[in-house]
Design a protein around this ligand. Structure first.
Ligand code: SF4
Length: 444
């Protein structure tokens, strides 16, 4: 049986200068390859909206994985995928996986998908593929939504082990690295022990699971020796949840004398000075903290209570260690008042991070904030104002951006070609309302 594993097109297509390989999709293809003839298609990277004829004619099953870990897919991209399913579902078996299909499975089945896998795919994808032509067998597999001649059938719900540490290292030969940004990316864990109400990670992946230090550094070595990568960003939602594991990873990097520049996403709640010093020693130079608000009241509402003075102390220490620091803020969290917005502005000015990412809240499916605000339009990814009530923020943000410009920040309001920013000094500061390229302005 021939299986096509695909990353459906992001529409509008992801800006090519910040395009990261869809590692979850590569991981899925790697797993399937052990059992079936497998081809891989990143429609976002190739900027194509249809499966090329020569590939389409050779395949029996299409497996599409969307917004599993990196939530770049827009509502428009989802609509386009539904159109593709309508077209291809007449001739091919189609399996759909991801957060959006999990929460909106009915729409995918109605469009013509054969199976939607609800939640994590690890333990069920191979049994599903083996039984894809036998609906009665599929009914015995947990966590599926099935299409039985346009009737929707839900199989039993079961919490599976889904041991992340058992998944193989992604097979990078599926990728043409020329299609992606220079900085390599890795994902080594999933889940989070936090409970931020706007984030789907703890609710979708449940408990934190990770790959061991040896496995992580094996993968790094492949990227360094075989693909000559000079920088790696770990796109784990929160790389420093397990202090012990991070210490182990640093020890392993040191032992193998691996020289590569590294960056990762962390959280203030999982900061540890000794750990960050050790990380710096082995090559970590860039760190992202989702701080999200300068108001303790709003932080409580968000489900991430934090003391503002402690945030200031952490950022000061991290900068002193030598990291380039990116922080993100959500400006319009429900229940925020003008004074909360002012507190956020003051905190940003006080922290003076190297990179600032300002967001409007995206109401992602499956998150508490979405359930608490049923009137808001659910989306997986929004970076523009949503309604007239945002006019206040639009006006205030523009004024704030002018303040930051006076403090030598480069202000980025629209997607752009990032190559012109490659040679800037490591002290260059950015503030952005759009996704920023990884790996900029940190060199050694
Ligand atoms: S710390 Fe990060 S990954 Fe964890 S719940 Fe909060 S936003 Fe999500």
């Amino acid at each position: 049986m021939n299986v096509l594993v695909m990353n459906p097109p992001n529409i509008p297509f992801t800006n090519s200068s910040l395009l990261a390989p869809p590692l979850d999709v590569v991981g899925l293809a790697t797993l399937i390859k052990k059992y079936f003839d497998t081809s891989f298609l990143d429609m976002d990277a190739l900027r194509i909206q249809e499966i090329p004829r020569n590939i389409y004619e050779t395949i029996d099953v299409i497996v599409a994985l969307i917004d599993y870990q990196i939530p770049l897919h827009t509502t428009k991209a989802t609509e386009h995928l539904l159109e593709m399913i309508k077209k291809y579902g007449k001739e091919k078996k189609i399996i759909v996986i991801g957060k959006t299909p999990t929460y909106f499975s009915e729409r995918f089945i109605k469009a013509g998908a054969t199976v939607v896998i609800r939640g994590i795919y690890d333990e069920v994808i191979i049994p599903v593929l083996k039984n894809i032509f036998h609906i009665e067998n599929l009914k015995q597999i947990p966590n599926l939504v099935l299409n039985e001649t346009n009737k929707m059938i839900l199989t039993k719900r079961e919490i599976l082990n889904n041991d992340y540490s058992k998944l193989p290292i992604p097979d990078y030969s599926f990728l043409n690295f020329q299609n992606y940004m220079d900085t390599a990316t890795m994902i080594t864990s999933r889940g989070c022990d936090g409970a931020c109400k706007y984030c789907s990670t703890p609710f979708f992946f449940h408990r934190f699971q990770s790959r061991c230090a040896k496995d992580v550094v094996d993968e790094m070595e492949i990227l360094v020796t075989k693909y000559h990568k000079k920088k790696i960003i770990f796109l784990d939602d929160n790389m420093t949840i397990s202090k012990e594991r991070m210490f182990e990873i640093c020890k392993e990097i040191k032992k193998r004398k691996l020289f590569i520049l590294l960056g990762c996403l962390s959280s203030i709640a999982h900061y540890d000075k000794a750990l960050f010093e050790t990380m710096y020693e082995v090559g970590f130079r860039w760190i992202h903290f989702g701080i999200e608000s300068g108001s303790e009241e709003v932080l409580k509402k968000m489900g991430k209570p934090m003391n503002i003075d402690y945030i200031k102390q952490v950022i000061k220490e991290v900068k002193e260690i030598g990291f380039r620091v990116r922080t993100s803020f959500i400006l319009d969290y429900p229940g925020s008042k003008v004074e909360d917005f002012n507190q956020t502005k003051n905190l940003i000015l006080d922290l003076c991070p190297h990179e600032i990412r300002l967001h409007y809240l995206a109401y992602r499916p499956g998150t508490p904030v979405t359930y608490e605000n049923p009137a808001e339009p659910v989306s997986t990814y929004i970076h523009s104002p949503k309604s007239s009530k945002d006019l206040f923020y639009q006006k205030e943000i523009l004024l704030f951006l002018q303040d930051l410009e006076k403090k030598n920040y480069l202000v980025l309001l629209e997607d752009q070609e990032w190559s012109s920013y490659n040679e800037l000094s490591k002290n260059t500061k950015f503030v952005s309302m759009v996704p920023m390229k990884y790996g900029m302005c940190w060199y050694e």
